[in-house]
Design a protein around this ligand. Structure first.
Ligand SMILES: *[C@@H]1O[C@H](CO)[C@@H](O)[C@H](O)[C@H]1NC(C)=O
Ligand SMILES: *[C@@H]1O[C@H](CO)[C@@H](O)[C@H](O)[C@H]1NC(C)=O
Ligand SMILES: *[C@@H]1O[C@H](CO)[C@@H](O)[C@H](O)[C@H]1NC(C)=O
Ligand SMILES: *[C@@H]1O[C@H](CO)[C@@H](O)[C@H](O)[C@H]1NC(C)=O
Ligand SMILES: *[C@@H]1O[C@H](CO)[C@@H](O)[C@H](O)[C@H]1NC(C)=O
Ligand SMILES: *[C@@H]1O[C@H](CO)[C@@H](O)[C@H](O)[C@H]1NC(C)=O
Ligand SMILES: *[C@@H]1O[C@H](CO)[C@@H](O)[C@H](O)[C@H]1NC(C)=O
Ligand SMILES: *[C@@H]1O[C@H](CO)[C@@H](O)[C@H](O)[C@H]1NC(C)=O
Length: 680
């Protein structure tokens, strides 16, 4: 704190004489106290004095010190002093005091204050000064880190060895400003306040305050005060433009991650400044930035050799030129996501040729890419490291092109096709024959597949496929097919079929025969299936089912639960019967008698009564941890003792919408079973 006074003397103006006289008479041990008092005296604007600036509040004087402060300024006031309003109450008290003299520092011009401030040695002093007024804060935040350190390092060493405690480490301090809170003042406070705590590592701004929105001024403050910023994310801040981003490029050379979404005032110029200033950039996400185009991407590709991950969505100025430049120069790119862009086959050809490091590729809504573009992806054999491919809404994906992809991308493990309406059974079968590494296949809203395509594909993928997911594939119709000639898919562990209304009992029986090693089954929402349809699958399953989700399969009865419990009770860990209205207490009896490792049971909206709950509470074999009885309207107050017993070992219990349980019962349970997480 000696330094602060020294800084003042360096730039002294007459109007500060009174302060210095005060200091001149002080012994060194009192200096800090004087300095603190000084700040309090001239506290004018409280708006910015949040916890950003003095996290521990430690600089505030104790009441005893305040007493001394008052005697110094000639006051005998006896002051009540609420802890959170210290500063304000002291100010009010002081202002009401006639002996008080305005110190007059505010008459100094900005340049002079600037000179004083940049002589302050540590972040702590700067934080303190930032509390004084909005003017001081904004001035403070305009000082670059370099300017501060160059001048003070020698002084700080000489006069104050303690200052080394403020040495900044590589801390990854994070701040997120949402909507109303996003103002320039707040940003300036962050910039000044975090520097004493290792520096800001990550900043997100989501939307802006419509009255006093964030602008380039606020971002410049961050650029000046946060040289260790690594990650910056701006969503919906149309008020920040190239000028702000350029300052970031000039001040934050360690930036690695930039995420811009709906930033309409930022153009290539801003992105180029980032590329020039931040050679360590690894990740760029751009979404709906109407003024960023090819030139910005080019600069980034040229100047940021460490770029690893890029996602560009819905930027109308980005075209083949930018994407091809980016891909051909950024040789280390491993994750690429291109959505809703005006690019053509040319870009895909470049991706395949240069994208040798790409492991994850997402392509979505590329309306101008044809079959040829996707065919080249495989045929060029460049994507040798590709592990995961997701393609959504691209009409270029056809039978021919997915066959080529299967052949060319020899390491492809995960394939996810969504809304690709030109792929048919023959493409799927051809793909399954060629994709030798495939482990997971997800088909969503691809309506040309039929059940025979899926069955034949399954029997062709013999080695590695572990997971198959079908969602909303309306082409799947329930036909009977002879499968005994097909070879089984021994690798499949996980099957999920959702919202495919045509997928019925015969299909399920066939899958059951074809996939004897299933462990995870998710048929939630397949309301067409019956006991008879599911039974063959349960009987054919050799590995033992672990996780079974039959939510919404409302035609299933106690018979199938009984078969499930008998056949798979030794392995079944999670069972979801939510909404299976025909399931009654009888199912709980077989579960209680056969399931040894079941820990999560959901019988929401089933026909469960008090006696079913009683059965569960008496089951000595069961070790349930989570039970949901939500919407079981026959469960009444009579089962309180059973629930109490169950609740002693349960970690979670859902009794929402159990209309026969009174609210006082629920409250009693919540109170009594305090260790269990109860949803009421
Ligand atoms: C952001 O603030 C500016 C004014 O600074 C305003 O014009 C604009 O509408 C605001 N944007 C949003 C998304 O609120
Ligand atoms: C941006 O703001 C608009 C309203 O101004 C809102 O509808 C939209 O969801 C926001 N987008 C993001 C990415 O926050
Ligand atoms: C970039 O990263 C390297 C290694 O992580 C580091 O040595 C270098 O200082 C960084 N460059 C900048 C400008 O921060
Ligand atoms: C590319 O990435 C690898 C690891 O992901 C890294 O070792 C290598 O240094 C990177 N190359 C460049 C030029 O950054
Ligand atoms: C596709 O390309 C044509 C001609 O090059 C262009 O007119 C059209 O706007 C593009 N479509 C999209 C969705 O970008
Ligand atoms: C798409 O790009 C082509 C040139 O590649 C251009 O002629 C066309 O106008 C662009 N379409 C849109 C909608 O931007
Ligand atoms: C099963 O399907 C439901 C509904 O689509 C989904 O929420 C759930 O995550 C799936 N469960 C598993 C284990 O895949
Ligand atoms: C399934 O149950 C509904 C009524 O819940 C019934 O109309 C339908 O016929 C049943 N389907 C089968 C295949 O049994």
């Amino acid at each position: 704190m000696y330094c602060i006074l020294r800084a003042f003397t360096d730039c002294l103006s007459d109007s500060l004489a009174c302060l210095l006289i005060l200091c001149a008479h002080a012994c060194p041990c009192q200096l800090q106290w004087y300095a603190s008092s000084f700040f309090l005296l001239i506290l004018h604007v409280f708006e910015v004095c949040d916890d950003e600036l003095y996290p521990g509040g430690s600089f505030c004087p104790t009441p005893m010190e305040l007493g001394r402060l008052y005697s110094t300024i000639g006051s005998n006031l006896d002051l009540y002093y609420p802890p959170n309003k210290r500063s304000r109450s002291i100010l009010e008290a002081i202002e009401g005091e006639q002996h008080y003299q305005e110190p007059g520092i505010e008459v100094l011009p900005d340049e002079c204050l600037f000179e004083i401030f940049r002589r302050l040695p540590s972040g702590k002093e700067r934080s303190l000064c930032g509390c004084v007024s909005k003017r001081w804060l904004m001035l403070m935040s305009s000082i670059c880190k370099d300017e501060i350190e160059r001048i003070t390092s020698s002084v700080a060493e000489k006069v104050s060895p303690d200052e080394n405690q403020d040495i900044e480490d590589d801390g990854y301090l994070t701040r997120c400003l949402d909507g109303k809170k996003a103002t320039d003042v707040r940003l300036a406070a962050i910039a000044v306040g975090t520097s004493s705590r290792g520096g800001l590592g990550k900043l997100s701004i989501r939307g802006n305050n419509s009255v006093r929105g964030v602008t380039n001024v606020g971002l410049s403050a961050v650029a000046h005060g946060c040289p260790s910023l690594r990650s910056l994310s701006l969503w919906n801040v149309s008020s920040i433009g190239d000028e702000g981003l350029s300052q970031i490029g000039k001040g934050c050379h360690m930036l690695e991650k930039l995420d811009l979404s709906h930033c309409s005032s930022i153009s290539n110029k801003g992105l180029i400044a980032i590329a020039e200033g931040c050679p360590n950039m690894t990740t760029l996400n751009l979404e709906s930035c109407p003024n960023i185009g090819n030139e910005g991407l080019q600069a980034l590709a040229r100047l940021c050799p460490k770029l690893q991950s890029i996602s560009i969505k819905d930027c109308p100025l980005v075209g083949d030129h930018g994407v091809s430049n980016l891909l051909s120069l950024a040789s280390n790119l491993s994750r690429v996501k291109l959505q809703a862009l005006n690019i053509t086959d040319f870009s895909l050809a470049v991706i395949c040729h240069y994208g040798r490091a790409i492991t994850n590729l997402v392509l979505s809504g590329l309306k101008n890419v044809t079959e040829r573009g996707f065919w080249v992806m495989g045929a060029a054999q460049g994507l040798q490291k590709l592990v995961s491919l997701t393609v959504t809404s691209c009409r270029g994906v056809t039978d021919t092109s997915i066959e080529a992809i299967g052949k060319g991308c020899i390491n492809l493990k995960q394939m996810h096709l969504r809304r690709c309406c030109f792929v048919t059974d023959s493409g799927l079968v051809a793909f399954s024959k060629t994709a030798v590494s495939l482990e997971s296949l997800q088909l969503e809203e691809c309506n040309r597949f039929t059940q025979s395509g899926i069955i034949v594909a399954l029997s062709n993928i013999k080695t590695k496929l572990r997971s198959l997911t079908l969602v909303k594939c309306s082409g799947v119709k329930d036909i009977d097919m002879e499968v005994s000639m097909l070879s089984p898919c021994e690798s499949l562990r996980s099957l999920a079929i959702q919202k495919c209304p045509g997928f019925g009992s015969s299909s399920l029986a066939m899958i059951g025969k074809l996939c004897p090693q299933l462990q995870h089954l998710n048929l939630s929402g397949l309301y067409g299936i019956t006991d008879a349809g599911l039974l063959p699958l349960l009987e054919n399953c050799e590995a033992g089912l672990v996780n079974v989700n039959l939510a919404g399969c409302w035609n299933l009865t106690d018979n199938i639960v009984s078969a499930l419990a008998r056949l798979h009770g030794g392995t079944l860990e999670v069972l979801n019967l939510d909404g299976c209205m025909k399931i009654t207490d009888a199912s709980l009896v077989t579960i209680a008698n056969n399931c040894l490792v079941l820990n999560d049971l959901d019988v929401s909206k089933c026909a469960i009564t008090d006696s079913g709950v009683a059965v569960l509470s008496r089951a000595s074999l069961l070790s349930l941890q989570v039970l949901s009885l939500s919407g079981c309207s026959d469960v009444s107050n009579k089962c309180v003792p059973f629930l109490t017993k169950l609740g002693q070992t349960l970690m979670g219990l859902n009794i929402q919408n159990c209309n026969s349980l009174s609210s006082s019962t629920m409250e009693f349970l919540v109170e009594k079973l305090w260790r269990c997480d109860i949803l009421i």
